[in-house]
Design a protein around this ligand. Structure first.
Ligand code: URA
Length: 196
């Protein structure tokens, strides 16, 4: 099966994920699940938390206010959005933009892990502390977990099934929408991403 076919299979499974507590809310609201977009051969994969309203309406990751910040940051290091892969841990929008629940993260994470296996990125850039907690625990880095204010912008080595990967945690771009300090930190951290 090609990468595109494998990713399409994941899309179909998430579309029909009736056991998710977010499924009924998605269907009732006329929303879409947000699987991810970008290059299927991306060297760098961005992992956010869960779709917001704009994302759920359009079925695309980071296409609202936080997405605008992300686009600006990508542009600041000359990395075209089409060359990276952008996704979230949780593929459906939680009501009222609340943080995803641990049960929701547990249900959707296997889809993310399959996406990582298919795309085989060399660098995983984590957007926000919720995804950071999950990824560091999952990939054997639990003992290195600290607060995001200490960890952001540093590269951590992990051994994934497809090989060695650098993992970098970043502040969530949504915080950069209203907090200029966070946005400055994000800009510096993106410069580090470029050097990787
Ligand atoms: N915030 C996220 O974490 N993901 C999106 O896709 C949009 C906003």
């Amino acid at each position: 099966m090609s990468k595109t076919e494998e990713l399409k299979k994941i899309r179909d499974e998430v579309f029909n994920l009736r056991e998710s507590s977010l499924y009924e809310y998605r269907v009732k609201s006329g929303y879409f699940p947000v699987l991810g977009e970008g290059s299927h051969d991306a060297k760098i994969m961005f992992i956010g938390e869960a779709p917001g309203l704009n994302e759920a309406k359009r079925g695309r990751p980071f296409c609202g206010a936080a997405g605008k910040v992300l686009d600006e940051l990508l542009e600041s290091i000359g990395l075209p959005r089409k060359d990276v892969y952008i996704t979230n841990i949780v593929k459906d929008r939680p009501p009222g933009n609340r943080d995803p629940l641990p049960t929701e993260i547990a249900l959707y994470a296997p889809f993310l892990e399959r996406q990582i296996d298919i795309i085989k990125p060399k660098v995983i850039a984590i957007l926000g502390r919720i995804s950071m907690g999950y990824i560091f625990n999952k990939f054997g880095l639990a003992d290195q977990l600290e607060t995001i204010s200490k960890m952001h912008g540093k590269a951590y080595d992990a051994e994934l099934p497809h090989g060695k990967v650098k993992i970098v945690a970043l502040y969530h771009p949504a915080v950069g929408v209203y907090n200029p300090h966070t946005k400055d930190a994000l800009k510096k951290d993106f410069a580090i991403l470029k050097s990787l």
